[in-house]
Design a protein around this ligand. Structure first.
Ligand SMILES: [Zn+2]
Length: 509
């Protein structure tokens, strides 16, 4: 306690949750826009620990002394210190960074926050540290790199305990969203496609990469929560050991086909499981060379994760626990998690405005389009990743039947459409489904009725993953500046240009 009274002399400080971080040079990475990301880490870790404690109580093998956590790329130590102060049931957290200046900062912040008993600083190459920890595994590993996390995955899947948790962020969204599929293949082992569903595709590419790495060591993953927010994606997955279960990867991972004309999506797993046991190959090609809907060519992407993105039980637990945790981004978190809770377990989605722009037709209200799907006997939900998303188990043919039915009352001038355009092929095709646009009682989701903050507008000033440590964190203006960034001021054209620059920068990495 005496040590705390003697605070080191530093330029400025940042407060987040119950933690105060000292910053005295411009070489340490701190991104205030990521408060939501760190809040989510606190909430997820709390729910994870609560769950294993309850399970262990049932088995009478309760681990009294708590769990171990590795933050492999710790930078300021903020995240580790927040875990130490805000999450109960942790035995030790290792806050590691390869940069000597960052480790100095971590040490000062541990002392400043009085968490020496829980947080241990470490100055090591993250990969090496994880390989060295294969015998004494961690229960939780948090990887929050700048850009792509895949170079750390081989170590991470080996040094997390059985039933342990990986929390992994990726910020190289341009690569994951189809801007350079060849780079995505190098980094993630999958071809990304330009698609309105690119944010979910990014999540599924990352999950596929984690599952593939885990499979090499006889381990398999269960995604608890997969989230796309702002400029990054973050997944929370449990890792288990089983040489039999990990073979199911081939049924949970598959290819994705997207039409170059109407953008209709089809997915196919790499293998099917036989009812008698064993696996069988799928027949190929899965889709016709020309799209059934609009007679245009198809693009093939993937492989991507086709299994569930979230675990219903975990998401419910997370929401139930939120009231017991003090979080700066509480309101947003409740909104996003409620949308996630309503999400259908169906790969990818369409964007309503894009569907209608393909046929050059005015866009119907979301409520009307969702009602038409429900009236036709199918399920529909939003995706948390897109405000205009239509996630449904309806076949592509039914979706286009609805578009055609809407166009009948909102007609498009055919003479302005070229004969080989997807629009003319779609609009001139016969409709086979009976479509009703009567409002369906379930068309308005509960999260919308409750007026939750379901889709956050993009944060703007300094929006993006920032740049690597050394050049980022300009805290010359002190706390006020960081507050301004955190409050995420409204857009301006200039700021939008800044976003583009950020994205381009990631692309070039
Ligand atoms: Zn098509």
């Amino acid at each position: 306690m005496e040590q705390c009274l003697k605070k080191p002399k530093l330029d400025t400080s940042i407060k987040e949750g119950e933690t105060e971080i000292l910053v005295n040079n411009a070489n340490v990475f701190y991104n205030p826009v990521q408060e939501f990301n760190r809040d989510l880490g606190v909430a997820a870790l709390t729910a994870f620990i609560k769950d294993i404690q309850e399970q262990k109580t049932e088995r009478n093998t309760k681990k009294e002394d708590g769990i171990t956590v590795l933050e492999a790329l710790s930078a300021t130590g903020l995240r580790s210190i927040r875990y130490a102060k805000e999450v109960k049931g942790i035995k030790q957290i290792v806050a590691n960074d390869i940069c000597a200046k960052a480790v100095e900062s971590i040490k000062k912040n541990i002392q400043h926050n009085g968490v020496e008993n829980l947080v241990k600083p470490s100055h090591e190459d993250a990969t090496l540290l994880m390989y060295q920890s294969r015998k004494n595994k961690f229960d939780v590993i948090d990887l929050d790199p700048y850009g792509c996390p895949t170079i750390f995955l081989d170590g991470a899947v080996q040094c997390v305990s059985d039933g342990g948790l990986l929390m992994i962020t990726a910020t190289d969204m341009a690569v994951l969203a189809g801007n350079s599929p060849e780079t995505c293949f190098l980094k993630y082992g999958a071809i990304s496609l330009r698609s309105k569903a690119c944010h979910e595709m990014a999540l599924r590419i990352l999950l596929q990469s984690i599952a593939s790495h885990a499979g090499r060591y006889g381990r398999y993953i269960i995604p608890l929560l997969s989230i796309s927010v702002d400029f990054y994606i973050r997944v929370f997955v449990k890792v288990f050991s089983s040489h039999i279960k990990c073979k199911e990867n081939a049924t949970k991972i598959g290819m994705v086909y997207q039409c170059t004309g109407c953008e209709s999506i089809n997915t196919q797993p790499l293998c099917y499981k036989k009812s008698t046991g064993g696996y069988k190959l799928t027949s190929s090609p899965y889709v016709d060379q020309l799209c059934k809907i609009c007679q245009h060519k198809q693009h093939e992407g993937g492989p991507i994760w086709l299994g569930p993105l979230h675990d219903e039980y975990f998401v419910n637990n997370l929401l139930c626990n939120l009231d017991n945790i003090k979080l700066g981004t509480f309101k947003r978190m409740v909104g996003v998690l409620n949308v996630i809770r309503e999400e259908l377990n169906v790969p990818l989605y369409y964007a309503l405005d894009r569907l209608m722009s393909i046929v050059r037709c005015v866009t119907p209200p979301m409520l009307i389009f969702r009602s038409a799907l429900l009236n036709a006997g199918y399920r529909v939900s939003y995706s948390h990743a897109c405000k205009t998303s239509i996630k449904t188990d309806a076949p592509n043919e039914v979706i286009w039947d609805i578009v055609r039915a809407w166009e009948k009352n909102n007609s498009v001038k055919r003479d302005k459409l070229s004969n080989d355009s997807p629009a003319i092929k779609i609009l001139n095709a016969p409709t086979t489904t009976n479509i009703s646009f009567d409002i369906h009682p379930l068309a308005n989701p509960i999260s919308r009725l409750n007026k939750l903050t379901r889709f956050q507008q993009n944060p703007t000033v300094n929006w993006g993953p920032g740049t690597r440590a050394r050049t980022r964190i300009d805290l010359e203006n002190g706390v006020e500046s960081s507050k301004k960034i955190k409050n995420q001021n409204k857009n301006s054209r200039k700021e939008k240009a800044h976003i583009t620059n950020d994205t381009e920068e990631i692309k070039s990495l």
